[in-house]
Design a binder for this molecule. Structure first.
Ligand SMILES: Nc1ncnc2c1ncn2[C@@H]1O[C@H](COP(=O)(O)OP(=O)(O)OP(=O)(O)O)[C@@H](O)[C@H]1O
Ligand SMILES: [Mg+2]
Length: 237
């Protein structure tokens, strides 16, 4: 099991937003979290990352319980995050962005031997290698997603949480994000993919979990979710 979440509850102040969320992901599994605006996808990811104070429930990464640990320790345990918009350092080059991510890793104690380095990231994304010396702020949306994923990989994660990687991108780029997720899966990493783009997500995912009002209301294999009643009901498509 790469990620196990049990009874996660997240509050923003007095407002209860995520209710008893349960998730489990096998190694190198892609699980997509689908739901409309405000369903609670981002908040679920933030809760798993330990970024919202007062979150309760259990989070385990590759068998170890990290529920009591701060975010940076969860990251050392194998959890990585690609936020929506794939934020990178805009005034640094592609290479410098990757270097910073690598430095963060090497400063951690007892980390596993590095499986990922810049060379491997560039092998995975040859298009990014050609942009090494470019400023991240000048990259296209799709290129920035590659860089953000490359940065996440530098921490040698077991699971990557990706928040709406296709948001605001043109259809042709959405296709390339789909390929990127498939390439990532082949490297053995598990991916929790929050999306509203169900077409792309269901193509690359193994399983789908549907969220409504802060709860997972249905979960099923991705092949079954395509054209399902729940897809029509929850996403209105
Ligand atoms: N910082 C915050 N403080 C209070 N409420 C918040 C905060 N952030 C989000 N919410 C509320 O929590 C609920 C879930 O929001 P969340 O951002 O997790 O949804 P989402 O599924 O990611 O939506 P989207 O597809 O628009 O990104 C919404 O009702 C939202 O208004
Ligand atoms: Mg969101």
């Amino acid at each position: 099991m790469s990620l196990l979440v049990e009874k996660l509850n997240v509050h923003y102040g007095k407002s209860h937003v995520i209710f008893d969320l349960d998730l489990s992901m096998a190694d190198s599994e892609v699980l997509t979290l689908l739901g409309r605006n405000g369903a609670g996808k981002t908040t679920s990811l933030l809760g798993i990352l330990g970024l919202v104070p007062g979150t309760s429930g259990t989070v385990s990464i590759a068998g170890s319980d990290v529920s009591a640990l701060p975010t940076y320790r969860r990251s050392q345990a194998g959890l990585a995050y690609v936020p929506s918009g794939a934020r990178c350092f805009p005034n640094l080059t592609v290479l410098e962005n990757l270097d910073i991510a690598a430095q963060r890793r090497s400063s951690s104690n007892g980390a596993a031997p590095a499986r990922w380095n810049k060379e491997r990231v560039f092998e995975l994304f040859p298009a990014l290698a050609e942009l090494k010396a470019n400023l991240a702020g000048g990259l296209s949306g799709g290129e920035r997603q590659m860089l953000a994923v490359g940065r996440a990989l530098m921490s040698n994660p077991k699971v990557i949480l990706m928040d709406e990687p296709t948001e605001g991108l043109a259809p042709v780029i959405v296709q390339s994000i789909g390929r990127l997720v498939q390439q990532l899966k082949q490297t053995g990493v598990g991916i929790l993919l929050a999306e509203q783009n169900h077409q792309m997500a269901l193509k690359v995912a193994d399983r789908a979990a549907f969220m409504e009002k802060g709860r997972i209301v249905e979960e099923m294999p991705a092949t079954q979710a395509v054209n399902s009643e729940v897809l029509h009901r929850i996403l209105g498509v």
